[in-house]
Write a protein that binds this ligand. Structure first.
Ligand code: 13P
Length: 252
């Protein structure tokens, strides 16, 4: 870990219903005082953002969206949700450029950068996702691919920016990179952020994502250059997600 406050973000993806928001009070109970030492963000599907905020009450948990429109102003964009609307509903973060959207919906680095800029314009902190595919890693191209994604999909202004390194092949299964592989790519991301933003790049937190769970979190979160985690499946149950929060360095 660097000297940055650890950030643990839970990405519900398209899972759950309103009843699942009951996990939030349980998360608050189970994490307790750690919430002052670790920043925690829950990213439910957009229709539940406002209700998630209500369940959080005064606890130190933030809410994030999972995507936003690249267009900031109100516009004729059926089905799109603007960053300003997410903010109005109670979000303070938004995930952009998740690999599921890049691969299934064809989102490009350029579109992701526009979304991150729209997030900034609305006062939301963008969590920009990057990561190589299995084929790119097998070709020895992981570092090159990730550096190019960071260069082209991060916003013009680094204020509040978070980058999540999520190797595509590690998402949704049971494989994770080795500690050395994670440290190497986090170093690549950090170098690219410094190149792009200078000193301000040092304040950007770099999360690891892809099959983080209650069992492997402590080891992953202790890796040099890892400032937190972006968690999929294991964020859906308070027992698992709270164990990950409590595994962050300095949480206890
Ligand atoms: P899993 O933790 O389920 O592998 O998902 C990771 C992810 O894509 C988080 O954004």
């Amino acid at each position: 870990m660097s000297g940055l406050k650890p950030l643990i973000a839970g990405n519900w993806k398209m899972h759950g219903r309103r009843a699942n928001l009951e996990e939030i009070p349980a998360l608050i109970r189970e994490t307790g005082a750690a919430l002052s030492r670790v920043e925690v963000v829950v990213c439910p599907p957009a229709p539940y953002i406002e209700a998630a905020r209500a369940h959080i009450g005064g606890a130190a948990i933030a809410v994030g969206g999972q995507d936003c429109s690249p267009v900031s102003a109100d516009a004729a964009r059926t089905g799109e949700v603007s960053a300003g609307m997410l903010r109005d509903a109670g979000a303070s973060f938004v995930i952009v450029g998740h690999s599921e959207r890049r691969s299934l919906l064809g989102e490009t680095d350029d579109l992701v950068r526009q979304k991150a800029n729209a997030a900034n314009a609305a006062g939301l902190a963008p969590i920009v996702c990057v990561g190589e595919t299995q084929a790119q890693r097998a070709d020895g191209k992981a570092a090159e691919v990730v550096a190019a994604q960071v260069a082209a999909s991060t916003p013009d202004d680094p204020a509040g920016l978070v980058v999540a390194y999520e190797p595509v092949w590690a998402i949704g299964g049971d494989r994770t990179p080795t500690a050395e592989e994670i440290a190497e790519i986090h170093g690549v991301v950090r170098a690219e952020l410094s190149r792009r933003y200078g000193k301000a790049g040092e304040a950007v937190r770099i999360l690891y994502g892809g099959s983080v769970n209650a069992k492997n979190a402590k080891e992953i979160l202790a890796i040099d250059g890892v400032d937190g985690a972006l968690v999929g499946r294991a964020c859906l149950k308070a027992a698992d997600f709270s164990a990950i929060v409590l595994a962050a360095p300095g949480a206890r």
